[in-house]
Design a protein around this ligand. Structure first.
Ligand code: GLU
Length: 304
């Protein structure tokens, strides 16, 4: 007996890092994620990416929530805080370690700079693999000595294993892109990123690991985020294949730039949502403008 296939319940999310006040680009992104879910009768979630101990600040968490509420962004269910999910990240790291895919990396930033001969990947220099070549005894000794270390993924091995798990083929891994016209399958190239860090020296997980695990745990079906994160989707797709996680569809929107063509950053206070509020701007008018692609004077989406 065949059962009718239920249409997928759409789940979107907005996932800010509390490292400063939100700017209009964040507001635009959050509104788009909410509208997408609402139009499909789906669910919109909010996740605070607060495991970066050196840059995350509790006061920014409160401010983000206040700014979103003011702009009319509403989410469903509890807010997810990454700082409360470190056990899940540790379990995934254990699993990847047991698969033989992680190695400790003792390099400092200066070590890496000094040893760079490697080609640049989509996100900058690729780690030259120095610590991948340490033997087991040396690793154990340095860990026992308390040497600070991150955990990196052995990308070549990981890609080989992921391909085997994702259907046994030798073809590339793919992720699904969505837009108004429909879906398209994109080729993922995690190898180009090299041995990325999955657990940092100063944080229990890297963005790649926590984001991938959380999107799966929150049942996110459609990820809408800035185009700056497009290339790392390759890494997220790889982790999904390794950890048997569902792979959502992705859409990457342009970043906003100022009159000089510079990317808006949280530090540019002039276009912070809070600053617009302080100037007496009407939040409904602002939300309507952002939805229509009308931005404050001098601000525009970067051409792709
Ligand atoms: N936390 C990230 C940021 O604020 C966004 C992560 C994501 O959407 O995947 O840039």
């Amino acid at each position: 007996m065949t059962r009718p296939v239920a249409p997928q319940h759409m789940v979107t999310r907005f996932a800010p890092s509390p490292t400063g006040r939100l700017h209009v680009g964040h507001g635009w992104s959050a509104l788009m994620a909410m509208d997408l879910a609402r139009a499909a009768g789906g669910t919109m979630r909010l996740r605070i990416e607060d495991i970066d101990g050196t840059r995350s600040r509790p006061e920014h968490v409160a401010a983000i929530i206040e700014d979103l509420r003011w702009l009319g962004v509403a989410w469903d269910g509890e807010i997810i805080f990454q700082s409360q999910r470190t056990g899940t990240y540790a379990a995934a790291l254990d699993r990847l370690r047991a698969m033989g895919l992680l190695y400790p990396c003792f390099c400092t930033r200066a070590d890496i700079q000094a040893s760079l001969t490697a080609p640049h990947g989509p996100e900058g220099p690729v780690y030259p693999g120095t610590c991948r070549r340490l033997d087991a005894a040396e690793r154990a000794r340095r860990i026992a000595d308390g040497d600070a270390h991150a955990w990196r993924i052995d990308m070549a091995q990981a890609v080989a294993m992921a391909k085997a798990r994702a259907g046994g083929g030798t073809g590339p891994l793919r992720w699904r892109a969505f837009d108004d016209d429909g879906d398209a399958m994109m080729t993922a190239d995690p190898l180009a990123h090299g041995d990325v860090v999955l657990a940092r020296k100063d944080a229990p997980a890297s963005y790649h690991l926590s984001c991938t695990l959380d999107d799966a745990a929150m049942g996110v079906t459609h990820v809408l985020r800035g185009t700056d994160l497009r290339s790392v989707t390759d890494i997220h797709r790889l982790l999904q294949a390794l950890l048997d996680l569902p792979s959502p569809a992705y859409r990457h929107h342009p970043l906003l730039v100022d009159a000089q063509g510079r990317r808006l950053a949280k530090r540019s206070g002039a276009i912070a949502i809070a600053a617009l509020r302080a100037q007496g701007m009407d939040p409904h008018a602002l939300a309507m403008d952002l939805r229509a692609g009308r931005f404050p004077v001098g601000i525009r989406p970067a051409s792709a």
